[in-house]
Design a protein around this ligand. Structure first.
Ligand SMILES: NC(=O)c1ccc[n+]([C@@H]2O[C@H](COP(=O)([O-])OP(=O)(O)OC[C@H]3O[C@@H](n4cnc5c(N)ncnc54)[C@H](O)[C@@H]3O)[C@@H](O)[C@H]2O)c1
Ligand SMILES: [Zn+2]
Length: 346
């Protein structure tokens, strides 16, 4: 199965393709063309794909950043700028991100800012980055104050998704990617929640469906003025959980339990039925993601949320669900209610 989804942002005169097909990596040379290119990746990916990348792009310079969310920071960005200068990259050059969301977000920030912005190609290699972070143009890095607090909008020129690379993805990372897949399912496509349909062998179809949800949203609201914020379902809780765990909880696991928290919050605010809470909990559990916060401190999570950038004018802002396919924003959630939800999920 091969698909091509075209993302169109008329207000910015931007248009780019997302190509999804087994083996589509073969198109990388023709997409990069003759210009100078750097591939930003990490040592884990190189273990599996160094030879392949060398064959595909023999003239490109490979620059590595260390693996892990804790390296998605400005120090790494500075290191990558050095690599770009050393490679002789100029305004006509291209940055290729080959990796998961950490590489994609960091490389994208480099591409957005190096010489005020150069062309950017996303080659996402984790399920999470295929269905979520590589699409929509948000790039950036973390700051000690919180996740993704330094960033930019940088639309890629092309997104190349080759699901065959998922063969080397650890199972835990597959489950983390499924957190965003089911998030998209709860937001807009219940078929994605029919988990019996979706194994690794159906990855191309799964990714296509899940990407389509994100594309539909970002085309309507590229700069998160309105409905794009719905994509943060489970993320206000999730980001705080990541932070409080000092990133021992990976993003996808934090989002998994974040979805459960969001469902409980919706119920406590009288916005949804108890059965929706059960459905969300069951789906998260079936995917193999945590549904409780375990030994993390509810108060610490609550405090961490108050520095999240999704806070609006001093009040905590959450995405809630009225039902499957019916997200909404609420701005005035009492801290005590949030704390109750977290305590009930210990
Ligand atoms: N920009 C956005 O819109 C957006 C959206 C969602 C998430 N994000 C960000 O994405 C990041 C999480 O992305 P992630 O889950 O991909 O994490 P990640 O980039 O850390 O990748 C997870 C792990 O899998 C490894 N890996 C990736 N692809 C592999 C492959 N094919 N084979 C073997 N190993 C592979 C990585 O090296 C890493 O160890 C977070 O920083 C999050 O904030 C950004
Ligand atoms: Zn996410």
């Amino acid at each position: 199965m091969a698909s091509r989804i075209c993302v169109t942002l008329p207000a910015d005169s931007v248009q780019y393709d997302i190509q999804i097909a087994d083996g589509v990596l073969q198109s990388l040379p023709s997409i990069v063309g003759q210009c100078r290119a750097v591939i930003i990746t990490n040592p884990t990916l190189l273990t599996h794909y160094q030879e392949r990348l060398r064959q595909l792009l023999p003239d490109a310079t490979c620059i590595t950043m260390q693996d892990g969310e804790q390296h998605k920071n400005l120090e790494t960005v500075a290191h990558l700028y050095e690599g770009c200068f050393a490679a002789g990259l100029d305004r006509a050059g291209k940055v290729i991100a080959f990796g998961g969301g950490v590489v994609g977000d960091t490389a994208g920030y480099v591409a957005a800012t190096f010489m005020r912005g150069i062309a950017f190609i996303q080659v996402p290699t984790s399920l999470l980055s295929m269905v979520d972070s590589s699409v929509g143009g948000k790039v950036g890095v973390d700051h000690p104050q919180g996740k993704n607090l330094i960033g930019a909008f940088k639309q890629p020129d092309t997104v190349l998704i080759d699901p065959t690379v998922l063969k080397t993805l650890p199972d835990r990372e597959w489950r983390c990617g499924m957190a965003e897949v089911i998030k998209h399912g709860f937001l807009a496509d219940p078929e994605l929640l029919n988990l019996a349909l979706w194994g690794k062998s159906q990855a191309a179809e799964l990714v296509t469906r899940a990407v389509q949800v994100k594309v539909d949203v970002v085309q309507q609201d590229p700069y998160e003025a309105t409905i794009r914020a719905h994509l943060n379902l489970g993320h206000t809780f999730g980001h705080a959980i990541e932070k409080v765990s000092e990133f021992a909880w990976p993003h996808g696991e934090a989002v998994g339990v974040g979805l459960v928290c969001a469902a409980h919050l919706s119920y406590r605010l009288n916005l949804c039925s108890a059965s929706l809470v059960d459905t969300v909990t069951q789906v998260v559990q079936q995917v193999g993601l945590p549904t409780r916060i375990g030994d993390l401190d509810p108060q610490a999570i609550n405090t961490a949320m108050s520095t999240d950038k999704k806070r609006k004018s001093g009040k905590l802002r959450f995405v809630v669900l009225h039902g499957v396919g019916q997200p909404a924003m609420v701005d005035d959630v009492p801290q005590a209610t949030v704390l109750d939800v977290l305590r009930s999920l210990q």
